[in-house]
Design a protein around this ligand. Structure first.
Ligand code: ZN
Length: 408
């Protein structure tokens, strides 16, 4: 896609520059301005140009790496002269220390500092923007895929990962009765994130359950592992056997939609949910090896990223520590906000019941999920198998699928 965009841009340039020229000029020594024949301007900080000089002395092309020359830094080296070379379609900068740099026009274009160009890069390459959805939109945002297509076709794999990134979940159908299905899917993306529950784990009712999820009781809306700093990115849940009792249905709410509703309708509550740190914890024994663990992570219910976007929802009533290490008044106010958050989440929850062969996959940083109560019988025991994969791995896979020719 980058390649296509680029080709279009270059074409546009080639056709327009035949009649009029591209010019470059220095602005107050701080910026370099490149003006296209149609009058559109692109402005780059001089220091950024020097920092990103592409010559072999400054840049190691084979590893796409800036050579570490900051110590003799570009900060105070001034650009003396700039010009645009029409023939080579390059910006040429002569620096006062006698160093010379040249930059391809298309390389500069891809690094345009305008608001639109930056947003386009963030949306197309960094992360696709999330489509927030409420209960009434569930039908429209549900994407279905065939398990075997995801395993065999890159185009389907891309669509599946894109749905996970944008809508936050997807449903796969037609998986075989095989406990390795979740592993095959995780390895199709990259690799499994191992946790204290193992790499592939069973979700079924167990005698003497060490985790609330292993009971037949209703499982209230939650995210998995809020007590990890590096919380698992997606949850892959394969239904091997479903309960024939009326229960055992999945519950799900878009946590980012709930956060957005809080921000819009209850700004004071939102501020508390975004800022008050909650202690999330888990104490127990590792399923296989029986090793003890004591997990603890302090984070607000709504976490934002560096761009101010929703990054992570933390909510798990069963894993919220009774130690609430905030001032008294803050604890008091927080409960009001939390109560409203759960009320909105519950009101927006959708309910559906997977069948054997279905694989329900969702963004664990975003979706609240749960389950209605069910009853096993000797002939019918509900059995799900799960595995986790991290978003670093998923986004990386998504980019390699979208931009197989990306070089820098
Ligand atoms: Zn250089």
């Amino acid at each position: 896609m980058i390649g296509q965009l680029l080709a279009r841009q270059i074409q546009r340039y080639a056709s327009s520059s035949s009649s009029r020229r591209i010019t470059a000029r220095l602005q107050e020594q701080r910026y370099v301005e490149v003006t296209r024949p149609d009058g559109q301007q692109h402005k780059y900080p001089s220091i950024w140009l020097r920092d990103n000089c592409q010559c072999s002395e400054c840049f190691h092309a084979a590893t796409r790496a800036r050579k570490s020359h900051w110590e003799r830094g570009p900060l105070h080296v001034r650009a003396e002269r700039v010009r645009f070379d029409e023939k080579r379609q390059q910006l040429i900068v002569n620096w006062e220390d006698a160093h010379n740099s040249s930059y391809d026009l298309d390389w500069l274009q891809q690094r345009d500092f305008s608001v639109e160009a930056r947003q386009r890069y963030l949306n197309e390459v960094y992360k696709p923007p999330a489509q927030l959805w409420g209960k009434s939109q569930f039908g429209d945002v549900t994407h279905h895929f065939e398990y075997h297509d995801v395993l065999k076709q890159d185009a389907v794999l891309l669509d599946w990962l894109q749905a996970l990134a944008v809508q936050g979940f997807a449903l796969l159908h037609g998986a075989p009765h095989d406990e390795q299905v979740v592993r095959h899917l995780a390895e199709r993306i990259g690799y499994i994130k191992r946790t204290t529950y193992g790499d592939v784990f069973d979700v079924k009712s167990k005698p003497n359950a060490g985790n609330y999820a292993y009971l037949m009781t209703p499982l209230p809306l939650h995210t998995d592992m809020p007590y990890y700093e590096y919380k698992a990115g997606i949850n892959i849940l394969h239904t091997l056997a479903q309960s024939e009792s009326p229960g055992g249905a999945n519950l799900m709410t878009d946590g980012f939609y709930v956060a957005n509703t809080m921000r819009r309708d209850y700004p004071d509550y939102y501020e508390l949910l975004r800022s008050v740190p909650v202690n999330w914890f888990d104490i127990g024994h590792d399923g296989d090896a029986g090793k003890p663990f004591h997990s603890l992570w302090r984070a607000p219910v709504i976490s934002l990223d560096a761009d101010g976007q929703f990054a992570r929802i933390n909510q798990n009533t069963t894993k919220r520590d009774s130690r609430f290490t905030v001032p008294l008044e803050q604890a008091l106010a927080w409960y009001e906000a939390y109560d409203k958050f759960l009320q909105v989440a519950q009101a927006e929850a959708v309910e559906f019941k997977t069948r054997p062969g279905d694989v329900f996959v969702f963004n664990n940083l975003r979706m609240l999920h749960g389950r209605t109560a069910y009853e096993d019988s000797p002939q019918n025991k509900r059995h799900l198998v799960g595995a986790y994969v991290d978003w670093d791995i998923i986004y990386s896979k998504l980019r390699t699928l979208k931009f197989p020719d990306a070089k820098d």
